[in-house]
Design a protein around this ligand. Structure first.
Ligand SMILES: Cc1cc2nc3c(=O)[nH]c(=O)nc-3n(C[C@H](O)[C@H](O)[C@H](O)COP(=O)(O)OP(=O)(O)OC[C@H]3O[C@@H](n4cnc5c(N)ncnc54)[C@H](O)[C@@H]3O)c2cc1C
Ligand code: SF4
Ligand code: SF4
Ligand code: SF4
Length: 545
């Protein structure tokens, strides 16, 4: 076994002992070490170097793992809990047994950092530039973090009484405990960011002028609940999901009654129905006009809700609401998959109806800004995240994109890099992407089966009656096991195979963490290192003539 081998699930070869022959000249192809882009990294909206931080975690160096992770994403404890982890949907390991539990290792690292009090390092130099960030949701916080690390003076104006945006006022506590959220926000603010709470920006140009800001990043989210026209009696209790979830943060819990009907099919509908159950509703029913396959909510969230006793009425719309009952019409899907009314009616007992039909953006702070364009209710931005008005950038839910915490975090990072360049009169050019590390490039023979760790889940009785966190985290041994399941796709993990297999001792070992290089005076170009590299980190290229 190779001495620096860190992966118990990969088989490695012993270093060769053949005598070196100085025979390089008859090669037509030569091997070359490469770094390829793993699909997990490509899929992460925050652009995390997942393979890189898993490599550190797999060797038990959690602080280096956390430091590498937080170069891209300042909130791993939050992200490991609420991100829908598209990284795992793309993970190459899923083609062998099951995807690496990336989000659970991320959560472990985030929790470990909070437990051990690891802090971000402050920048050595200050730029002297002032940047305004509007909104302290994930996107604004991420931009503020990256801008502060780049040496800029950052002031956040937040309309609400606490920071966090929808992480605080949308996502329920049973999925994101507030002490975790608060601790990760506090660590960002400690970088020297000024956070002004209860400070709503009503005109971006006025605030920039009076505060002498050189640039601004807007991330005001989408908070205006969409309504549907439902004929309703005067006593009918119709609420909107975002207000219900927001009031969960205050002293007084919302009064929903014992029979709650939630109208909608997204994740917010699921969250509010599960919240209603925890508040004591005997019946919490989601009315949705299409089928389960067409529901925008994630399947695992639907499953968790069903386990907790939430009921779902598929292919149904609300026709009318009264004081203690509603009328529902059955729908059927047409050939294009659109729901069409059938005329078939049914009544359901309901003390309240909660509308979860999505949110619009309040763009009033942008009124009168020259050059700024709004399309379909969201602010248009370029690939650099700048709006049509020079120096005003925007991201998160208020721009056209998927509405998730991680997309918001990614926008904040991207905008910060572009703002930094813009302030210096330059253009930010991202490094070119490496070629993809596909499953076909792996030598999976070297990796043994290692099933994914299953996260412990709270018992169903406590799930139905309390706001305790539903899914628990990994302990250290599980986190280490899970990190070691990573194939390190397309990036050398120093298994020593190439060094061991080369018949001509043409591989030079540079020492721990420094990888290898080829001694082309000895390499015959046989390519055996390429075929025996487990992770596809070597390629053959034509010999330069
Ligand atoms: C119920 C619910 C559950 C969700 N669950 C998940 C989940 O599990 N995973 C996930 O990835 N995503 C989830 N999302 C989506 C996610 O929360 C959002 O996509 C994300 O929070 C958007 O981030 P943002 O920074 O753009 O805006 P927000 O989080 O909305 O933050 C915007 C901030 O700006 C402030 N603000 C608004 N106007 C002004 C103004 N004029 N001046 C100053 N401040 C202002 C607001 O008070 C707020 O704090 C959920 C959303 C909801 C509603
Ligand atoms: S932020 Fe989400 S997509 Fe990115 S690594 Fe974490 S879980 Fe995966
Ligand atoms: S095996 Fe590792 S590097 Fe490869 S896609 Fe999965 S997490 Fe990423
Ligand atoms: S290049 Fe491949 S074979 Fe060589 S040490 Fe790295 S991972 Fe192992």
């Amino acid at each position: 076994m190779g001495s620096s081998m860190r992966k118990p699930f990969a088989i490695t070869l012993d270093p060769g002992s053949s005598l070196a022959n100085h025979t390089g000249s008859w090669r037509t192809m030569r091997p070359e070490y490469v770094d390829r882009l793993p699909p997990c990294n490509n899929a992460c909206p925050a652009g995390e170097n997942i393979q890189g931080w898993l490599y550190h975690a797999a060797s038990g160096d959690y602080e280096s793992a956390w430091r590498m992770l937080t170069q891209d994403n300042p909130m791993p404890a939050v992200m490991g809990r609420v991100c829908y982890h598209p990284c795992e949907s793309s993970c190459n390991r899923a083609s062998l047994d099951s995807a690496v539990g990336i989000h659970s290792v991320e959560r472990f690292l985030g929790d470990e950092a909070l437990r051990r009090g690891w802090k971000f390092r402050k920048p050595a130099e200050r730029s002297g530039k002032r940047v305004l960030v509007v909104g302290a949701g994930p996107s604004g916080l991420s931009a503020a973090y990256h801008l502060a690390r780049l040496g800029h003076e950052v002031v956040i104006h937040e309309a609400g009484p606490v920071a966090g945006g929808m992480m605080r006022f949308g996502i329920p506590k049973y999925r994101l405990p507030r002490d975790v959220l608060e601790a990760e926000i506090a660590r960002i603010v400690e970088l020297g960011i000024e956070l002004k709470l209860n400070t709503k920006v009503s005109s971006i140009l006025d605030t920039m002028k009076s505060g002498r800001f050189d640039a601004a990043f807007l991330a005001v989210g989408a908070h205006i609940a969409k309504r549907a026209y439902i004929p309703a009696g005067s006593a009918a209790k119709i609420l909107d999901a975002v207000s219900v979830l927001r009031s969960m943060d205050g002293q007084e819990q919302p009064l929903l009654g014992r029979r709650v009907v939630v109208y909608g099919g997204g994740n917010t509908a699921i969250d509010v129905a599960r919240t209603a159950k925890r508040l004591g509703a005997t019946e919490s029913i989601i009315v949705y006009r299409r089928t389960r396959e067409k529901m925008p909510a994630h399947d695992f969230e639907v499953e968790e809700a069903l386990q907790e006793g939430v009921l779902i009425k598929w292919l149904s719309t609300i026709k009318q609401a009264g004081d203690s009952q509603i009328t529902v019409e059955k729908m059927k899907l047409d050939t294009n998959g659109f729901p069409q009314p059938t005329g078939e009616l049914e009544t359901l007992a309901a003390d309240s109806v909660v509308l979860a039909l999505g949110q619009d953006v309040d763009l009033s702070l942008l009124e009168g800004v020259p050059g700024l364009e709004v399309q379909d209710g969201v602010a248009k931005v370029g690939t650099d995240m700048m709006t049509g008005h020079a120096g005003i950038f925007a991201g998160g839910d208020m721009v056209p994109a998927e509405r998730t915490v991680t997309v918001g975090i990614g926008h904040g990072k991207k905008a910060a890099r572009n703002i930094d360049a813009w302030l210096r009169g330059a253009r930010y050019t991202p490094a070119p992407k490496h070629e993809p590390a596909t499953f076909e490039r792996l030598n999976t023979w070297y990796y043994s089966d290692a099933p994914k760790t299953v996260l412990p889940v709270l018992d169903i009785i406590r799930r139905q009656s309390t706001f305790d966190e539903v899914v628990s985290g990994l302990d250290e041994s599980n986190a280490l096991y899970e990190a070691r399941r990573c194939f390190s796709c397309g990036n050398c993990f120093e298994c020593d195979n190439c060094y061991g297999v080369c018949p001509d001792n043409a591989v030079i070992k540079l020492g721990p963490g420094k990888r290898f290089e080829f001694n082309y005076d000895y390499c015959k170009g046989c390519g055996i290192c390429v075929s025996e590299c487990p992770c596809g980190a070597i390629r053959m290229v034509p010999e330069a003539i």
